[in-house]
Structure formats: structure tokens, C-alpha cells
Design a protein. Structure first.
Length: 193
């Protein structure tokens, strides 16, 4: 049975209320097991899948008070994988991103609301195509514990949200090609030593 980290954290915090509060601990995102996939409806005929990888970033994870945690990530726009080179090249043109070398997609949390034993809503600033908007990620803690191969503390999360691509200046062909993108995120992070 999955350990209920958020419930355990709340209990631990209550039991140690008279002790000094522990500070959040730094975990570095693992690019080999962190990705974001987004899908959109293509003219009603199909669902198109695309993925970003190559993450860099850090989670400041507070076991005793998960709401005191934070996350900050950056993803190279050039890491976009579409499965078809012509689509990637189209996305990088002025009609969409007008991409230049070094362009990044970034996310920085602004608040975390714990909603259940292992679930939270992470609100943060998403910056893409030079535009910043607040988004909410419905997030679930998958596991927290000692990684069996890395031999150090490890955490993993899944999250999902929906964003409007037109909010970020990449709304070409909407609404025929859906403006809304369904976004699924899965990440792993290892504790800094």
C-alpha cells in the first residue's frame, strides 16, 4: 500500500510542534525520467501527441509541511519531440514560436495547496514564447523513499493541467486545431548531497 506522505507529514508536524521546523530540502530533477506530454485535437480527426524532455530544475521539498515546498524548472524549447520532423520545424517558425537557440519554457511555483493525503494543487508562473501566465497543476506524489539504484532519497510526482496555447501567442489555426492543450507531467528528483 502506498505510504501517505502528506498525512504522515501532518502527523509528524503535530508531534514535533515544539521542535524547530525543518527547512525544505533540495532535490534535483532527473532529466532521464522527467517529461511533459501535451495533446491537442487535430480537426476532429485525431489526437496529436508531443513531448518535451531535457528538464533542468530543483524541488525544495518540505516533508513536514508540503505546502512550504517549491519547484522551479526550465525546459529547452529545442527538446520538443513531435515524432515528425516537419511538424517540429513548423512549430519553430514565426507562425508559432519563432524559436531561437537557447529559448526555454520555464515554470516557477508561487503556492502549493495540499488537497489530500498525497495530492496538491501547485500554482505557478509558466513562461513560454516570452509570455508568462499563472497555471495550476493538479499534482500527485507517486513515491518518496530511498532509490534502490542511486542509494539516496528520491521523489516522484505526476501532474496534469490544461492550458490555452493562444494565451502564449501560439494559437495558429484555432479553433479548428484545438486551442486547449491537455498537459501531463511526470518527474523524478534526487536529493542533493
Amino acid at each position: 500500500m502506498k505510504t501517505s506522505l502528506f498525512a504522515a507529514a501532518a502527523t509528524a508536524a503535530a508531534l514535533t510542534a515544539t521542535n524547530a521546523a525543518a527547512a525544505p530540502e533540495a532535490y534535483t530533477l532527473q532529466p532521464s525520467h522527467s517529461q511533459v506530454m501535451f495533446t491537442y485535437d487535430h480537426l476532429g480527426y485525431s489526437t496529436t501527441y508531443n513531448m518535451f524532455a531535457g528538464w533542468e530544475g530543483q524541488i525544495m521539498f518540505d516533508k513536514e509541511d508540503p505546502a512550504n515546498s517549491s519547484v522551479e524548472v526550465s525546459i529547452p524549447l529545442s527538446s520538443l519531440y513531435t515524432g515528425w520532423e516537419a511538424r517540429f520545424e513548423h512549430f519553430m517558425k514565426d507562425e508559432f514560436f519563432g524559436a531561437e537557440d537557447g529559448d526555454m519554457v520555464t515554470f516557477k511555483s508561487t503556492s502549493i495547496e495540499v488537497t489530500d493525503d498525497d495530492e496538491a494543487i501547485i500554482t505557478g508562473d509558466l513562461t513560454m514564447n516570452g509570455i508568462t501566465k499563472s497555471v495550476q497543476l493538479e499534482t500527485e506524489l507517486n513515491m518518496e523513499g530511498q532509490h534502490p539504484m542511486e542509494d539516496k532519497p528520491w521523489i516522484g510526482f505526476d501532474a496534469e493541467t490544461t492550458i490555452k496555447r493562444s494565451d502564449f501567442g501560439v494559437g495558429a489555426y484555432a479553433p479548428n486545431i484545438s486551442d486547449e492543450l491537455d498537459v501531463e507531467i511526470s518527474i523524478e528528483a534526487g536529493k542533493d548531497e
